[in-house]
Write a protein that binds this ligand. Sequence first.
Ligand SMILES: CC(C)(COP(=O)(O)OP(=O)(O)OC[C@H]1O[C@@H](n2cnc3c(N)ncnc32)[C@H](O)[C@@H]1OP(=O)(O)O)[C@@H](O)C(=O)NCCC(=O)NCCS
Length: 172
Amino acid sequence: MSAVTVREVTSADIDALVEFDATLFADDAWPATTWWAELAERPRREYLVLEQDGALLAYGGVDHGGESADIMTVAVVREAQGRGHGAAMLDALEEAAGRRGATGALLEVRADNAPALALYERAGWRQLHVRRRYYQPGDVDALILGKTLLTGPAERGTTEAFGNNAGGGEGE
Ligand SMILES: CC(C)(COP(=O)(O)OP(=O)(O)OC[C@H]1O[C@@H](n2cnc3c(N)ncnc32)[C@H](O)[C@@H]1OP(=O)(O)O)[C@@H](O)C(=O)NCCC(=O)NCCS
């Protein structure tokens, strides 16, 4: 088996991404029109995939908004979950944000998404804010998480850059 590689999403990936989104996000899945619109926002938006032997393992995106980036989505195809690809995807997105000058990043996650919350907490993200009953249907809260992105590994993983007044990432 060859190594896992990272590359940018292209329009040729959209059909596959729509299918994966439908299985992974249910009510919050993005239709093809949203993917086309997101790719049209490049280079401000950057979408990446992890793949191995031609098979797509994970995908995610970041909105480069200056000092503070927003993680737009992170997902791992079901059969590849639990093997560190989510953490690797998140790492790649944080690196992409840092390369474009962000000193911090925000994301939004459903309060009932235990695997995602565990992933983010382990990667040093911290809760900054709650949007009550944001996800409908279901009255599920949205949690806004933040992370300071610094070049020194020892300094990564705090939320000092944000205080308690963070706005939100969009999407998902
Ligand atoms: C959330 C998601 C991206 C995690 O990806 P993954 O590749 O399975 O996660 P990883 O293997 O990198 O695991 C990272 C950490 O997440 C946690 N985790 C992963 N799967 C988990 C599960 N099913 N239950 C609880 N925790 C879980 C673990 O704490 C793990 O840390 P570990 O190294 O101590 O085991 C994946 O489950 C997914 O795509 N879910 C559907 C889409 C989604 O909800 N995306 C997030 C939107 S905000």
